[in-house]
Design a protein around this ligand. Structure first.
Ligand SMILES: [Zn+2]
Ligand SMILES: [Zn+2]
Length: 278
């Protein structure tokens, strides 16, 4: 077991070093957005791991993870870059590893899968939904903890009203989650390497409706201002009501989205809770 843990840790660490989503020190100390309205709770998303700060009692580090409470299930979407940070923030947020029912991994980059081994040591009684293209060695290591592996290739429903886009993208395969709420679909991206507009289009084809929120990493750090503006225009055309670019979205993209979406821009960072009511 120790060998396996050491191996998985090594894999995770090398992935953090070799494969991440393009690190950059994004900080936004301004925090004058109200906490989400907790009444009429239907869908709750809590950001557990992000390089953007929000709750100053939590640790920031490069990566992304959030907890999704929906339809009676607790789903951990991505695991951040390292388990000490992930587990510390979970503890501060009073989220017990044992209450997680399932883990969904968006893509293989170390800043999304790095916290998995430490989490599985606390709770191996979960199913890990990962892109089919993940290396066999990774899947075997997940199983070695006692966790189940579900390989996702095509789009489809993972749980009631919870859909995966399936593996999108050419070089970096990635899945995003779509949560079908009474208000409209909520789309959560890890890094959006396949292109965030492509992901929104996929959601439209899969579940229809105007997305009430698109959030997560949009991967626009090195993207030109013109291109970001085109993406924002596409969001509007596709009827995206609220935007919450975080993680690897880039400061410039966050600012342009903030200006374009105004009261419908969500200032996301670690510890932010979003609720979508009935
Ligand atoms: Zn990535
Ligand atoms: Zn990333």
């Amino acid at each position: 077991m120790m060998e396996k843990i050491a191996f998985l840790t090594m894999v995770a660490l090398s992935l953090v070093v070799l494969l991440n989503c393009g690190a950059g020190g994004e900080r936004n100390p301004k925090d004058h957005y109200k906490k989400a309205n907790m009444s009429l709770e239907n869908l709750t998303i809590i950001i557990i791991y992000d390089n953007n700060p929000y709750d100053s009692s939590l640790r920031t580090a490069w990566g992304f993870s959030c907890l999704i409470r929906f339809g009676g299930k607790n789903i951990l979407f991505d695991t951040g870059g390292d388990s000490p940070t992930l587990l510390y923030n979970m503890e501060q947020l009073k989220i017990k590893p044992k209450e997680i029912d399932a883990v969904v991994l968006s893509h293989i980059h170390g800043d999304h899968v790095g916290g998995l081994s430490g989490f599985l040591k606390r709770n191996s009684g979960v199913t890990v939904y990962l892109p089919k293209s993940f290396p066999l060695s990774f899947k075997d290591e997940v199983r070695s903890f006692g966790a189940k592996v579900e390989e996702v290739h095509k789009s489809g429903e993972l749980f009631d009203n919870v859909y995966s886009t399936g593996e999108l993208g050419v070089w970096i395969k990635e899945q995003s989650l779509i949560l079908k709420t009474p208000k409209g679909p909520v789309i959560i991206t890890g890094c959006a390497h396949p292109g965030v507009v492509k992901i929104v289009n996929k959601s439209k084809r899969l579940v229809g409706g105007n997305p009430v929120l698109v959030m997560g990493g949009f991967h626009l750090g090195g993207t030109s201002e013109g291109e970001i503006r085109r993406i924002i225009a596409d969001f509007k055309k596709l009827g995206v009501l609220q935007a919450g670019p975080s993680h690897c979205s880039g400061d410039r993209a966050r600012q342009l989205f903030r200006e374009a979406y105004r009261e419908n821009f969500l200032e996301l960072g670690v510890g932010r809770t979003i609720t979508i009511g009935e």
